[in-house]
Write a protein that binds this ligand. Structure first.
Ligand code: HEM
Length: 571
């Protein structure tokens, strides 16, 4: 009898536990947004789409192509994915017009997403990038406001850019001789040159990574070359300074947040790893020291009008002026100053060097474009060509080169360094005829339909009024050739028969848009112009074997090529 009482109460407890588990399981299942297609099988698992996304990432090292692929798979321009356990679905959109509309005309309804915040904030706690728009974001961004002025760009950034590019030129001249017509990997050199530039512009001292590699190879009389000239050369690597290793480690850590369904938790454990902790501490120390240097230069200047030579100086000067205006003491060693500076360095380094790497690949694989580009540059700078010298910095910046600009736009469009623009709905609103609740994350992809592959049809009536009204402001790419790299698509002839760039020829949102668009666009264009002019002026980028020219990418801060080999000859 005792046994039967025990077993019936056990049965009741088991039933309750099972019922609770069943309720919890059902509660944990993804809750699709009505009216948006999704993978049905994923909606029946609490892990949603995570296994599929993780497998894709493991197989390809890419994340953003998986997102676009879901739209292709479900044959819909807007789909939803379940990649965050116990959270609302994310919406994926592959349509350039909607992307532009939301970024530039619907900023009261859509703002920075929690996708961005989750990935970026553990690295840049006080940088304005992950903040929602508002007074705090604007105040932090205002600290950088002098950095895209002609004074900063011409007097600080330009000389640094020019000298870093000339060092890259020397390094590649040395590599060209040693490689003797073999290809070699270029990504490290491009990334180092970009880091040297932005570091010097940011804090006014030298990182010296290209210089140390050049010093090493100057002492090296030959390297091992395979008999087959298609096999790449490996050059000895100069040791990287601890400072640069730390910066790289911090920047690379963003991949953790991007690849994880629970970025906060992943970062929590990741940041406990002693090597990682040390890198973060070292980065903080470097920035504190740079800030102290700026403060020392400022001395006791009551006016705050001290000679500025780096972005840090400009930020500090802005903080002093701002503090005076608000009647408070300036924050002379605050995390906000250091984070804003590190964000400037991070955003300015990864994105531009990645775009240049894509550029090298496209120019290598399109020899006709490369020759036309070289001719266009030489025609634009006839004195330098006639005198057999390098173009000066002012020749590079002042020359009118529509074909050059078209090549840059096409590299941006086809490379897709910024593969997605993420936004979150601030209010309940409609997108493409579907009702979204407040707080929905929407990712607009730039690596698929309507940017680089034919658009998916959308009923015009489903678009917002602002989107419909702006219909003809920007053209559409020809679906027959939009997958090709062809700078000519950006050119038009004006009424006087002159060729000029047409920035409205078709969609390209690589710098985002609206109030939260890229802050560093001018710097990025300046850097691409300087580097591409000098290297195309001096080198021919000869074809490399197919095994070394894959277009697969790796997704971290930027969507970067896995392979970027060059085979150099004098131009
Ligand atoms: C080819 C190079 C670059 C690309 C493709 C790029 C792309 C982007 C994109 C897509 C955004 C987000 C825009 C949005 O959400 O609407 C962004 C934001 C930003 N970028 Fe860039 N960027 C580049 C170079 C730079 C450079 C050189 C700097 C600094 C020197 C920089 C600094 C920033 C900052 C500070 C933000 C945050 C703006 C905000 O939240 O208000 N970027 N960039």
């Amino acid at each position: 009898m005792t046994f039967s009482i025990f077993s019936s109460s056990t049965a009741i407890i088991v039933s309750i536990v099972v019922a609770i588990l069943a309720i919890l399981y059902r509660a944990a299942l993804p809750k699709p947004i009505p009216g948006i297609p999704y993978n049905y099988a994923s909606s029946r698992s609490i892990f949603g789409d995570i296994p599929s996304m993780v497998k894709w990432k493991r197989d390809t090292r890419e994340t953003f192509t998986w997102m676009t692929e879901q739209c292709n798979k479900l044959n819909a321009p807007m789909v939803q994915i379940f990649v965050k356990p116990f959270s609302a679905p994310w919406v994926i959109v592959v349509d350039a017009r909607e992307c532009q509309d939301v970024l530039t005309r619907r900023s009261k309804e859509f703002d920075r997403s929690s996708f961005t915040t989750d990935v970026v904030q553990p690295i840049l706690r006080e940088h304005h990038f992950p903040f929602p728009s508002g007074p705090k974001q604007r105040a932090h961004r205002a600290l950088l406001s002098d950095l895209m002025t002609p004074a900063f760009l011409n007097e600080v950034a330009a000389p640094q850019l020019y000298s870093a590019t000339l060092e890259l030129l020397q390094l590649w001249r040395r590599k060209m001789v040693l490689a003797n017509n073999h290809p070699f990997p270029a990504e490290e050199d491009v990334a180092n040159a970009a880091l040297d530039t932005i570091w010097a512009a940011a804090v006014g001292s030298e990182a010296g990574t290209t210089r140390s590699q050049l010093d090493l190879l100057t002492q090296c009389s030959k390297v091992e070359l395979a008999d087959n000239p298609d096999l790449p050369v490996s050059f000895p690597q100069a040791p990287t300074s601890d400072d640069v290793v730390s910066i790289r480690t911090v920047i690379d850590s963003m991949e953790i947040g991007l690849a994880s369904p629970l970025p906060g938790l992943s970062y929590f454990f990741y940041l406990k790893i002693p090597r990682i902790r040390r890198a973060f501490n070292r980065k903080d120390l470097m920035l504190s020291n740079a800030l102290k240097d700026s403060r020392d230069r400022l001395g006791n200047s009551e006016s705050g009008n001290f000679p500025v030579k780096s972005a840090m100086d400009y930020v500090l000067r802005r903080e002093i002026h701002q503090a005076r205006k608000e009647g408070r003491p300036p924050r002379l060693d605050a995390t906000v100053l250091k984070d804003e500076l590190f964000g400037f360095l991070l955003a300015g380094h990864e994105t531009t060097s990645t775009t240049l790497m894509w550029g090298l690949k496209f120019l290598t694989d399109h020899q006709d474009v490369q020759s036309t580009l070289r001719e266009a540059i030489r025609d634009a700078m006839p004195d330098a060509a006639a005198e057999g010298r390098q173009p000066t910095y002012s020749e590079i910046t002042d020359s009118k080169m529509p074909y050059f600009n078209a090549v840059v736009e096409e590299i941006l469009r086809c490379g897709g360094t910024a593969a997605t623009h993420a936004r979150k709905s601030l209010v309940a609103t409609d997108l493409l005829g579907v009702h979204l609740s407040k707080g929905t994350n929407v990712l607009f992809m730039t690596n698929g339909p309507s940017f680089v592959s034919p658009p998916m049809p959308i009923d015009e009536r489903l678009r917002s009024q602002s989107c419909q009204e702006a219909k003809d402001k920007i053209g559409e790419w020809d679906p027959l050739d939009m997958a090709q790299f062809n700078p000519d698509r950006w050119l038009k002839t004006d009424s006087d028969g002159r060729i000029e760039i047409d920035m409205q020829a078709g969609p390209n949102t690589q710098f985002g848009g609206g109030a939260r668009g890229c802050f560093g666009k001018k710097f990025a264009y300046l850097e691409m112009r300087t580097v591409l002019t000098i290297i195309v002026w001096n080198f021919k980028f000869l074809p490399v074997p197919a095994e070394l020219s894959s277009y697969s990418a790796v997704d971290s801060v930027a969507h970067a090529p896995q392979q970027c080999y060059v085979r150099l000859a004098p131009a």
